[in-house]
Design a protein around this ligand. Structure first.
Ligand SMILES: [Zn+2]
Length: 302
């Protein structure tokens, strides 16, 4: 994606660290996938694998991660260099996400104008380790998520420390898709969709509610595809960007995650949709790029 030297969103803030052991269970809505297990558990490993997948093609990620863990103590100078690299990578990631957020603002302002409505921009909170959101404490072992109460998207940048200077090569549209998906939840919030599904959460049995959860996630993936269409129109995409985003969507399907964690694939427990559904939802959004067609996921619930 072409993002260097482009305008950034002004709706970015840094999250201050939350005190540990406080905050209870978060009522966050719509993480891009559900991480399993606690810190250091299987969930974290899967999340790391997913991020590594997202950044595939970038050399040396596996070895960088090992270096960070094992060699810091032995060689203080190397540690210092690594810290500088990590800080640079973090800054680059922040720049990148800020530009993508601005792109989402432009796209959604235009789409809402078509409906004679006003788009209210969300805030993006970038944090390290943990921070407080209106939906509870956000921590590193969660994926990126959207909190409808404070209308903010929470992304842990600390997680990307290991990834060093990967974004120097020109960014990665897989990450843009991740952010566009979370912005999709904000759009759902403004359209009143999140309200409706959260009411169903209280009234329906889990198995039935999960179908609405899947529809909601697929619509957010559709909005990711819609976003991709418009940034491509503006000439900001590089060859292969669309495929990267679609691979990313497929990589975080519920079936794929269940398989990776060694569990049986059980459709009734899906909350985000299968790999093929997520990929298809992104593709539909890219193809139709309108809001009306995105309602198909809810209409198809039986
Ligand atoms: Zn989501």
């Amino acid at each position: 994606m072409k993002w260097q030297d482009r305008q950034r969103s002004s709706n970015v803030r840094k999250g201050s660290k939350a005190n540990s052991g406080f905050g209870g269970s978060p009522r966050r809505s719509g993480p891009i996938f559900i991480p399993r297990g606690g810190k250091g558990g299987l969930g974290s490993i899967i999340f790391i694998l997913i991020i590594m997948f997202l950044l595939k093609g970038i050399s040396g990620i596996g070895s960088d991660i090992n270096n960070t863990n094992n060699q810091n103590m032995d060689n203080p100078k190397q540690y210092q260099n690594q810290s500088t690299d990590q800080a640079n990578a973090r800054d680059t990631l922040e720049d990148f996400l800020s530009v993508v957020l601005k792109d989402t603002e432009d796209v959604w302002h235009a789409k809402f104008e078509e409906m004679n409505a006003e788009y209210v921009e969300p805030t993006m909170v970038l944090f390290e380790e943990s921070t407080r959101s209106a939906c509870g404490v956000a921590s590193s072992d969660m994926g990126p998520f959207y909190c409808p109460i404070d209308e903010s998207i929470y992304i842990d940048v600390d997680f990307y420390r290991q990834l060093k200077n990967q974004f120097g090569a020109g960014g990665d549209f897989a990450f843009a898709y991740v952010l566009a998906h979370e912005v999709g939840h904000h759009v759902q919030n403004q359209l009143g969709i999140l309200d409706k599904t959260s009411k169903l959460r209280q009234t329906l049995p889990t198995k039935e509610y999960n179908k609405y959860s899947v529809a909601q996630e697929l619509q957010a993936d559709y909005f990711g595809g819609l976003f991709a269409f418009y940034v491509e129109q503006k000439g900001y995409l590089d060859p292969g960007d669309i495929e990267e985003a679609m691979d990313a969507a497929a990589s975080i399907g519920d079936d794929r995650i269940q398989e990776m964690s060694g569990r049986n694939v059980n459709v009734d427990t899906f909350t985000h949709g299968s790999s093929s559904q997520r990929k298809e939802a992104f593709d539909l959004g890219y193809k139709y790029h309108d809001i009306n067609n995105s309602m198909v996921f809810f209409e198809n619930i039986n």
